[in-house]
Design a protein around this ligand. Structure first.
Ligand SMILES: *[C@@H]1O[C@H](CO)[C@@H](O)[C@H](O)[C@H]1NC(C)=O
Ligand SMILES: *[C@@H]1O[C@H](CO)[C@@H](O)[C@H](O)[C@H]1NC(C)=O
Ligand SMILES: *[C@@H]1O[C@H](CO)[C@@H](O)[C@H](O)[C@H]1NC(C)=O
Ligand SMILES: *[C@@H]1O[C@H](CO)[C@@H](O)[C@H](O)[C@H]1NC(C)=O
Ligand SMILES: *[C@@H]1O[C@H](CO)[C@@H](O)[C@H](O)[C@H]1NC(C)=O
Ligand SMILES: *[C@@H]1O[C@H](CO)[C@@H](O)[C@H](O)[C@H]1NC(C)=O
Ligand SMILES: *[C@@H]1O[C@H](CO)[C@@H](O)[C@H](O)[C@H]1NC(C)=O
Ligand SMILES: *[C@@H]1O[C@H](CO)[C@@H](O)[C@H](O)[C@H]1NC(C)=O
Length: 743
């Protein structure tokens, strides 16, 4: 959003005596140590410089320029530096080598997208309002600063690095937006004068009857002031004049809607889940209800040594698992009030140690890529993309594993999971774990593994719920890695429907249910990676693929590439489709989505998409969902969880009926819930620059708790209490998700 860059430009810094110079010329300043890794660094580069020299950096994938102070800089307000390069892909972080804490990741691109190679751009990170997250760095034993390259490395020059003691912020009104019935949310910096603010609607002055300033819990340092107007909003021209800034809005024609609290049904409490929450505090802050231990690496998790293997995500290298101890993890997750979804490895091997790898260069020279941090470890591919042969012996990196060993592990856990999955995306293990399981996974093998491990889990953990088979994507919902010959060999029945029939048959034979949840992973198929305006709009409307039986997917799926025997195969209609498949093939099975993603975790649209999805999950009666991977608590996706569940104020437990006169799911989402007779409401406005407004029949009048994120102020989160005395014109600003709950 523009405000961040704007703000940088507006910040004035004073170089005080107590500023700490990190680098100016020739070498790191006294007291600073070079803690960089995997990078070619010249601290006295003379090809481009200010003063007499600069630092030139060439970092390979994920390596970094990193500097550490002998001592700490606990109470400083900013970091200033000059940088040149072809918009290098860098993530900056401030950390403590004393206690291991770190700032949220700060993307260079969130500060500027116009870094050029031949001239320096001056940047300033304000520790009270970190670029991207708006979070405050806070006091800490800070002593280290890191500029880390992305997957393709980073080449750049950097100069005049200074830790700034004090940033003087000129007073300024940053944004002012209409919200709800008669409230204007204003963000400011510095010591502004509110007597200089006036509001007019359709040319007539409107009185401000209350002004309440507020700094929300946790973030941001930016202060928010809510103005209550004497009159409600109405269609037309709204002009807010504040000192030398004017904020103009065209309030649109109202859309008619009604809410029927009487028509409601329970929302599964398990839909507000994430993978690998970072701490108990995180779980309570965001109201996380389901925590998954999952992903590619857990396939090789060896509980005996707490080792794992990264598979093709990172050169098939073993490492200490992170977090290492599943039992302890289950303990604190449960202690924080979340249910748990533990992945049980179910291939025949797990990591044997924390150091081995499958494809040593000494045995397999001529591979496409080697790990720059561990040059003997290759990626298992030839430069032409085919797998290295012969397949390495599994014993290079692994030790045998089977269901008796899994059973002993589960029985011995001090903290029992509430739910388990049988491995992860097994159908593509010949790719993700080509070293461990080079054979193509067939329908029959996958079923056999689920049957064996599910039966084992039910014995080892009485009462545990089993979720399987955690299929990775639309393509593999319907066929196996073997391909269509496998479908043909199974009467042309698509994989997951076939799997359901087999699990139903297993229940019949055994007399007990082995599969409680059909578990899938869902990743949107349209390509939004360019993140241009078209891609953002597409991202925001493709949530329709979760529920809308008339929405033709805007990807290869919608182009009629037939590889299945599904009805209306160009329309994903994910949740209704799977509910129907379950009803036909194995009634009573629940549906879970243990991986899903916004496709843009650091963009405001990723946060809006996530809020929309959480609303949809409840309304569509999904049974369980866990975000992949861990949303940044201060980032847009974390804010979507905060919106629904933050700090103990929850969206209601029962989904209530919303009737829209003219629904427009491409650009808005409206979700209602009821609990104990109190209404809660989430409205997502997906329009980048126009507010929307509703006439909400049955909206009870009175006091509401309101919170919201997005809008003109960037991704900042805001909350307050408001009064609703009229429900005929409720406004939601552009690119904003708002939560209202009756007090
Ligand atoms: C700083 O560390 C990097 C990475 O370890 C190394 O390549 C570089 O030579 C070091 N520079 C100096 C001046 O010590
Ligand atoms: C950076 O280093 C890589 C090798 O790690 C090399 O291929 C590349 O040419 C270097 N780039 C520059 C600008 O020096
Ligand atoms: C941080 O340190 C400053 C200066 O020592 C102090 O005034 C401030 O209260 C501290 N803030 C917090 C949140 O501890
Ligand atoms: C202004 O609004 C705040 C927050 O809702 C409330 O606590 C306060 O009583 C209001 N003041 C007046 C004068 O209405
Ligand atoms: C906002 O409205 C005022 C008053 O109508 C007008 O003078 C001004 O030009 C408008 N500004 C913008 C940016 O539209
Ligand atoms: C790829 O390269 C390897 C090693 O050079 C070779 O053995 C293999 O035949 C090649 N595969 C293809 C499909 O060209
Ligand atoms: C698992 O391996 C152990 C040790 O080799 C063996 O005793 C046990 O029978 C195996 N269990 C299964 C189910 O194959
Ligand atoms: C913008 O995004 C759309 C959708 O992803 C894409 O088709 C288009 O090529 C992009 N345009 C540019 C100029 O990158």
């Amino acid at each position: 959003m523009r405000s961040l860059i704007l703000q940088l430009a507006l910040l004035a810094t004073c170089a005080l005596a107590d500023d700490i110079t990190v680098y100016s010329d020739a070498a790191l300043a006294a007291g600073w140590e070079n803690w960089s890794w995997g990078s070619v660094i010249d601290f006295a580069a003379t090809d481009l410089f200010e003063g007499t020299s600069s630092t030139s950096v060439n970092s390979t994938a994920y390596s970094a320029l990193s500097v550490k102070l002998e001592g700490t800089f606990p109470n400083y307000q900013g970091l200033k530096f000059d940088i040149a390069g072809a918009q290098p892909d860098l993530t900056i972080s401030i950390s403590s080598s004393v206690d291991g804490t770190a700032s949220p990741n700060i993307l260079l691109s969130s500060m500027s997208t116009s870094i050029t190679p031949n001239a320096f751009t001056s940047l300033l990170i304000d520790f009270r309002n970190l670029p991207g997250s708006g979070a405050a760095l806070g006091n800490g034993t800070w002593d280290r600063i890191t500029w880390q390259g992305g997957g393709n490395g980073a080449v750049y020059h950097i100069d005049n690095i200074v830790v700034v003691e004090s940033i003087v912020i000129p007073p300024r009104f940053l944004s002012a937006e209409p919200i709800a019935a008669n409230t204007i949310a204003v963000t400011t910096q510095g010591d502004v004068d509110f007597t200089k603010l006036s509001v007019s609607l359709n040319g007539k002055a409107v009185k401000i009857v209350n002004t309440t300033s507020y700094v929300p819990v946790g973030t941001p340092s930016k202060s928010v002031t809510y103005l209550t107007l004497a009159a409600p909003f109405a269609p037309g021209a709204l002009v807010i004049t504040a000192a030398d800034s004017t904020f103009n809005f065209t309030l649109p024609a109202v859309q008619y809607a009604s809410i029927v609290q009487q028509n409601s049904y329970p929302i599964s409490p398990q839909v507000y889940g994430v993978n690998f929450p970072t701490s108990a505090q995180y779980i309570t802050d965001l109201g996380v209800t389901m925590s998954r231990w999952g992903g590619n690496a857990v396939t090789a998790y060896n509980p005996a040594g707490q080792f794992t293997n990264a598979g093709n995500d990172w050169f098939f290298e073993n490492r200490v698992a992170n977090p290492p101890d599943a039992d302890a993890w289950l303990g604190w997750v449960e202690g924080a009030g979340s249910e748990s979804l533990l992945t049980i490895p179910a291939l025949d091997w797990v990591a044997k140690d924390s150091t081995s790898y499958s494809y040593p260069a000494t045995v397999y020279p001529g591979q496409a890529k080697f790990d720059s941090f561990l040059p003997n470890a290759g990626n298992g591919l030839y430069p032409n993309g085919s797998y290295v042969t012969p397949v390495p012996p599994q014993t290079n990196a692994y030790t045998p594993w089977n269901s008796s060993m899994a059973k002993a592990w589960l029985k011995g856990l001090a903290h029992k999971p509430t739910h388990v999955t049988i491995d992860n995306e097994m159908e593509i293990s010949s790719n993700t774990h080509q070293d461990m399981h080079p054979v193509l996974m067939s329908y029959d093998e996958e079923l056999a593994r689920v049957l064996e491990y599910a039966a084992m889990a039910k014995e080892a953990l009485p009462g545990v719920k089993v979720a399987a088979p955690s299929s990775c994507s639309w393509w593999f919902y319907w066929t196996s890695s073997v391909g269509y010959t496998d479908n043909t060999a199974h009467n042309n029945i698509d994989f997951l429907p076939w799997f359901l029939t087999q699990m139903a048959a297993a229940e019949k034979a055994k007399g007990t249910r082995l599969l409680d949840y059909l578990d899938i992973h869902y990743y949107f198929q349209p390509d939004t990676s360019s993140n241009n305006d078209t891609a953002k709009a597409l991202r925001l409307r493709m949530t329709r693929s979760l529920w809308d039986t008339t929405y033709v997917d805007e990807s290869w799926i919608g182009q009629g590439v037939q590889q299945n025997h599904q009805w209306t195969p160009t329309m994903v209609s994910l949740i209704p489709r799977f509910r129907t498949l379950i009803d036909i093939n194995y009634p009573g099975t629940k549906l879970s989505i243990s991986e899903f993603s916004s496709t843009a975790d650091t963009d405001i649209t990723g946060g809006l998409v996530t809020a929309d999805m959480l609303g949809i999950f409840g309304r569509e009666k999904l049974d369980s969902a866990t975000y992949w991977s861990t949303p940044d608590e201060m980032g847009p996706v974390g804010l979507a969880y905060w919106l629904f569940r933050g700090f103990g104020t929850y969206f209601g437990a029962n989904s209530a009926q919303v009737n829209l006169a003219s629904p427009n799911p491409d650009t808005q989402g409206v979700y209602a819930a009821t609990e104990g007779g109190k209404l809660s409401l989430v409205i997502v406005n997906k329009n980048p620059d126009t507010p929307i407004a509703f006439d909400l029949a049955n909206l009870p009048f009175g006091s509401y708790f309101m919170r919201h994120f997005g809008g003109e102020a960037g991704i900042a989160k805001w909350q307050t209490n408001i009064k609703v005395d009229s429900s005929t014109y409720i406004v939601v600003p552009a690119y904003t998700a708002v939560f209202l709950k009756q007090n």
